[in-house]
Ligand binder design. Structure first.
Ligand code: C5P
Length: 248
């Protein structure tokens, strides 16, 4: 039997990655952040001086997507006392740790344009599927017997046969507040943004993600929708873990 697969999709800052990491930790599953792949390709393009919003650069960006080596390493707590702490994921682009660089405002601003390029999505899809296939079978991960993946098209395209599909939604104001808190916690050195700007940026990104031609952000027909506006992280993690147990 193949490992249990959980697909988590939803708009920007809906709490996907925090929820997905906590669910993976609670269940002993592996975790793959697919947004990190698009962020790495965006960073690679920007650092080569390519303007991602210029359509004539699409081929160059697609080539970069194909040739880039992207690696993820999530560190889970194993002791029961620390099981409620948040696992951390390190992201590597061509062996360089870019975990912080891919979260900057500049990358966030351009990533949806990059993610709308068809051949970029094909290249990322291949890499994500390869990682999903190997992460579970690797020696170092032999203890992990399931997979949680988060993104925008996991339930619809990447893992269409996932055993559980979750679609997280939350009010955009609530999401903007959470994003600001997250930035404050991470000790980001970037200029402090006001909530209106953050909210507008999230809404702009969602609009691009929802209306693009290739694999737009949408709830899969068989996904369970979870509105997290009024839920705590613990509450949403519990709900998903229970649903996994019910289906296992
Ligand atoms: O999840 P995160 O905010 O890091 O994703 C960054 C961007 O990558 C999203 O706004 C979206 O444009 C793109 N993305 C995507 N498909 C995925 C994951 C992310 O198009 N599966």
């Amino acid at each position: 039997t193949r490992p249990f697969q959980v697909a988590i999709d939803g708009p920007a800052a809906s709490g996907k990655s925090t929820t997905a990491k906590m669910v993976a930790q609670r269940l002993g599953f592996d975790y793959i952040d697919t947004g990190a792949f698009y962020r790495c390709v965006t960073l690679a393009a920007l650092s080569k001086g390519i303007d991602p919003s210029n359509p004539s650069q699409a081929l160059q960006i697609s080539n970069l997507a194909e040739s880039s080596h992207i690696g993820l390493k999530t560190i889970f707590s194993t002791t029961s006392a620390s099981k409620s702490s948040l696992p951390t994921t390190k992201v590597f682009l061509d062996s360089k740790d870019v975990s912080f660089e891919i979260r900057t405002g500049t990358v966030s601003k351009h990533v949806s344009a990059v993610a709308a390029i068809g051949p970029v999505r094909e290249a990322v899809l291949q890499k994500v599927r390869d990682m999903g296939a190997t992460s579970i079978s690797q020696e170092s991960n032999s203890g992990r017997d399931g997979l949680v993946m988060d993104g925008r098209d996991i339930g619809t395209v990447v893992l269409p046969n996932a055993d559980l599909k979750i679609f997280l939604v939350a009010d955009s104001r609530v999401r903007a507040e959470r994003r600001l808190q997250e930035l404050a916690r991470s000790g980001s050195k970037e200029e402090v943004l006001d909530i209106e700007t953050v909210q507008k940026d999230l809404e702009r990104r969602d609009e691009l993600d929802r209306t693009r031609e290739v694999s737009p952000l949408r709830k899969a027909d068989d996904a369970v929708e979870l509105d997290t506006s009024l839920l705590t992280i613990e509450g949403q993690v519990d709900a998903i873990v229970q649903e996994v147990h019910r289906r296992q």
